[in-house]
Design a protein around this ligand. Structure first.
Ligand code: CA
Length: 274
């Protein structure tokens, strides 16, 4: 896991670098916006920690340049307490999360873990999560029927990991993989179009995109409001509920195994069924 830290306060940068290295992350540090952006454009990083107030080019402009250049690396924005507006424009410009200074290092590590656990990933213009494929240009949602590919890949990863850990348990994960493959074959519709498609309205698309990009997190309703409707809005929480119910119907229509789960009093998250 390789992290790019763009932070001009030398002392903070050093403390964070030491902390992250202790956690087995590989860390590169940049101290201004211009060099930070150059590093980031290499595309080799798994996460970018980006301070907003930076010399030469501020963090928000760096972020916008990166997203314009189709660099989709997850970005954790560091903002000062007074910079509420920065958080909002940061999220609008494609930041994935933000942390307000000063912060506890434990919180930073928790955010990073959440960001790296994410399974939704962009391949070109498509965002993929389990059997769902979301097209960023057309806002079309497709279902990969059977979900065989993701499932088998997940099983293979488990198998490799277990094998390196314990030699004598070799047979067990292999037979599990075999069983998983059998399940996939049975669940695969043989005589159907491989993709079931549905068109999403803009708000439906934005909500689902946010859920897919943060698939292991529970997204609070206020985060949807902030990110989709903007900070100065009269949108009520029940607007989200209405859109969620539309998306649920569409997920059912394309026979996706993914469901949107409501966590009472907290928000929404994605869940895979079966
Ligand atoms: Ca700074």
């Amino acid at each position: 896991m390789r992290i790019l830290l763009i932070e001009d306060e030398r002392q903070l940068s050093e403390v964070l670098t030491t902390l992250l290295k202790q956690q087995k992350y590989t860390v590169d540090a940049a101290f201004d916006g211009v060099s930070g952006e150059e590093y980031a454009r290499s595309g080799v990083y798994d996460i970018i920690i980006l301070d907003v107030m930076l010399p030469k080019k501020n963090g928000l402009d760096v972020l916008r340049s990166l997203r314009d250049a189709k660099i989709g690396t997850p970005v954790l924005l560091l903002t000062a307490k007074s910079e509420v507006e920065d958080k909002i424009s940061g999220l609008d410009r494609g930041a994935d999360d933000y942390l307000t200074k000063p912060f506890a290092t434990g919180e930073l590590l928790a955010r990073l873990r959440a960001m790296t656990r994410r399974t939704g990933e962009f391949t070109g213009d498509e965002l993929i999560y389990h059997d769902m494929v979301l097209d960023r240009n057309t806002h079309e949602l497709r279902c990969r029927s059977g979900g065989a590919q993701t499932r088998t890949q997940a099983q293979t990863r488990t198998q490799t990991k277990t094998q390196t850990q314990t030699q004598d348990q070799r047979d067990k994960p292999q037979s599990q993989t075999h069983k998983a493959q059998e399940r996939d074959q049975r669940g695969k519709p043989q005589d159907r179009d491989p993709y079931n498609k549905v068109q999403l309205a803009i708000k439906e698309y934005q909500i689902l995109e946010l859920l897919m990009q943060n698939s292991r997190q529970i997204i609070p309703k206020e985060r949807f409001i902030e990110k989709i409707w903007g900070y100065d809005t009269d949108a009520e929480y029940n607007a989200i509920e209405v859109y969620i119910s539309f998306i649920r119907k569409k997920l059912a229509a394309i026979h996706s195994r993914v469901q949107i789960k409501a966590v009472r009093g907290v928000g929404y998250t994605l869940e895979e069924n079966g």
